[in-house]
Design a protein around this ligand. Sequence first.
Ligand SMILES: NC(=O)c1ccc[n+]([C@@H]2O[C@H](COP(=O)([O-])OP(=O)(O)OC[C@H]3O[C@@H](n4cnc5c(N)ncnc54)[C@H](OP(=O)(O)O)[C@@H]3O)[C@@H](O)[C@H]2O)c1
Length: 252
Amino acid sequence: MSEDLFLNIVWGWMILAFASFLLLQQVVAPFGRHTRSGFGPLINNIAAWSLMESVSLFTFSFFFLSGNAPKTYQTCFFFILWLLHYINRAFIYPYRQKNKRKKMPDLIFILAIGFNSMNGFVNGYYLGNYSDGYGWNWMVDPRFIGGLILFFAGMYINMKSDNMLLSLRKPGQSDYKIPNGFLFKYISCPNHFGEIIEWTGFALMTWNLAGLSFAIWTFANLAPRAVAHHQWYYQHFTQYPKDRKALIPFIL
Ligand SMILES: NC(=O)c1ccc[n+]([C@@H]2O[C@H](COP(=O)([O-])OP(=O)(O)OC[C@H]3O[C@@H](n4cnc5c(N)ncnc54)[C@H](OP(=O)(O)O)[C@@H]3O)[C@@H](O)[C@H]2O)c1
């Protein structure tokens, strides 16, 4: 595929992220606490998370490893970061959920497979085929250093917050509690905040359109979800802290 055609596909993919962001202002994605009827048959939540997220791992790996560009230490490092995130998201995170009987609509599962296939493809294909390998000078470039710091800070915030949420329940429980401590002091969804920072860091350190598209998609998916979670907390807990924001401390 020519690089021009590939970049046009990524532009189209980013426009779709914007359309999805607008749609998510109207319709709250029906999974997790927002699961409701009217979205077709249901699939086990844990199996769905594991399958749909592993797609991203496999598509990225396939297109990166089969691409013609030389595999340098730098591009292999980006590949390892991708693996780190998705091994947790596909094979560790889902099995730590306490409510083993929870379900997710097939529609969400299928849409997530589509999203993860495309996202793994554009990022793996770019690094596997068009990247110039980055070179050693890139490792002292402020974009690489800043991106790396953001990536690991975001990953830390995301994983710590997910861990805190997952430990709110005892095995078998399915009820919701008010999370406290760490960044929950300021926002309702630090796990979403961390994930957005993480992929913004990845976009900065890889400095290409495919990485940018993932950062934009992450914001498009998670900003409306954080706002919906935040409103849900106020509707369900009269004692929910009034000064807590949804996603960005002191701002949103
Ligand atoms: N990059 C992307 O585009 C993207 C898109 C979606 C998700 N993600 C990531 O995937 C992960 C999960 O996302 P999510 O939106 O499903 O997260 P979430 O709604 O915050 O839920 C995370 C887990 O914690 C449980 N939980 C949440 N709040 C709780 C509370 N107050 N009391 C007790 N248990 C609680 C949830 O149970 P229930 O399932 O029963 O609610 C679920 O098992 C996050 O790290 C997110 O950043 C990334």
